[in-house]
Structure formats: C-alpha cells, structure tokens
Design a protein around this ligand. Sequence first.
Ligand code: RRO
Length: 315
Amino acid sequence: MSSVDLSTTLGNAWFPAPIFTASGCASSGRELSQFFELHSIGGVVTKSVMSKARHGRPTPRMAETPSGMLNSIGLQGPGIDAFLEKDIPFLLEKKARIIVSIAGETVEEYSTLARKLRGVSGISAIEVNISCPNVENRGLVFACDPEASRRVIDGVRRTIGGELPIIAKLSPDVTDLVHIAKGVVEAGADALALINTVLGMVINVETMRPQLANKTGGLSGPAIRPIAVRAIYQVHAALPKVPILGMGGVASGRDAFEMIIAGASGVSVGTASFGNPNAIPVIQNELRDLLAAKGFSSLREAIGYAHRIEVSDGE
Ligand code: RRO
C-alpha cells in the first residue's frame, strides 16, 4: 500500500480519510457497516433529518436512467428525536465520524434542529441541506434563492454557536452558483457540499405517463459528474479558502481525484454504493494509489491543483 497522507479538514473538523458516504444514500450506515469498518473512511453523512418523522413521497420513487438514477424519496425519515436516540449511539459505537445532515421546511425548523444537535457530543459537523429537489413546492428549495439560503444558514449559525462546522449543501440548478455560495459563507457556513442531485424527469413511453409518482426527481450517478466538477471548480476559483465536500457520480478513485484537483477537500460517494456496497473503501484505496502515482505525498497538496497556472521555461 502506498504511503500518502489522506487526512483532510472541513472547517475545524479533521478527518483521517477523504471519502465519505453521500447523504441519503446510506441512511446512517447500518447496511454498509456489514461490508467495511465505518471508521476506516472519512465519515458518514447521514440522511437529511427533519423535526418530525416523514413517510416521504408516494411510489414509484426511483427510476433508472442512462448512467444515472432518478429519485424522489421526499425526505423519508424517523425525525430528529428518534435519530438522536438510535442512530447517533450506533455511529458512536462504530467509532464513525459523523456529519449530521438536516433539512427543514422553514428557517425556524432548521434552527430547531440545530438547537437539538447543539449539545450532542461526537458530531464532527452539520450539513445543512437547503437543496432537496423533491419538496412539494419548488419555492421551498432555499438554495435556489440567495436571500432564503442566507437566512437558513444565519439561523443555524446563531443557534449552534461557533464550535461546530456548518456545511451548506447547494443545488446546481441555479444561474449563479458562486453568488449563492458567497452568500451562505457570509452568513456563517464554514464549508460547502457540492452538488445535490439535478432536477430531472423520465416518462414511461409504454404507459405514456411520468415514471415517478412525483413526476420529477433528482438525477444522480455518472451522468452528473461533469456538472459537479464544473460547480466545484467555479466555486473553488471564487472562494479558494472555503473547503468543499464534492459529490455527484463518483464511481472510482480517478473520479474522486478529478474532484480533488477541481478544489474539493473531501468527496462523498452515493449512487455507486448501491451497485457495490464496498465502493467507498475501494475508491479510497484507488485514490491513495493515484495520488502516489502522480507524486503527491499528501491529499492536501492535490486540492485545487487543476487551478495552478503553468509557468513555462524562461518566464
Ligand atoms: O429525500 C429526497 O428525496 C432527496 C433529498 Br432530501 C436530497 O437532498 N436530494 C435528493 O436527490 N433526494
């Protein structure tokens, strides 16, 4: 095994390894823990949790697409109280590093969730998911509105205090992603998660009706990787000091490396784990080998490498 320092940071949270689960794709890691040690990866980013338990959207809520997958789960989950009672103790027992993802319908709901998390020990960071594409009203996608995005992050920051890093999860479905990113950083986000799924749709040509009960859904998988790389590159160029957790269609160490050199400090893997539950440790090992093969002794040296200006001989 090649010796490369894979450690990384997101705000003031330190992680020994750079590959994470992607929120929503591994719940709180129970199923994946049958395949690998959760503490061997960067950390578990839990499914976005809300104040109350939710059944989610009606079925069908998943559809296969070329090089991807469409989902409309609709924030199914146990609610914050059951989550704190069952999932956090499980993750602590597994010695996993924990990033808790929260989602709300109002600015106040996000703050309520932050209040519940404030005193919980063993959490590395909070992901504030303001970009779920499957809400009933597109007006509730806070991340599509710069002012609404700021208000959510500001409320969470005031409630949580200065200690715990806030990672704002943004949507690529906007005209000016950099503008939204700058707004949430000004409002108190320490890091950014880029990208949530891309709004898409599949129509079943046999029934001649939309495939998903909710009609539209979030597209994930390799089909969206170039969108994610573009988003990470653009935001890192504008905000080079703000750490980015990159995600969107990563299926190999090569894909993770692409996001790192675009500017990501860590990478989440989601859809690939459905096909291969060992995808995350495999990708982490491939990334280590690739970093070594490219001559990097640490992951940190590679972050944003694609932005470096070449200096030609004689200049
Ligand atoms: O639950 C979902 O339907 C969902 C969420 Br919260 C999200 O952030 N992204 C997504 O593709 N699906």
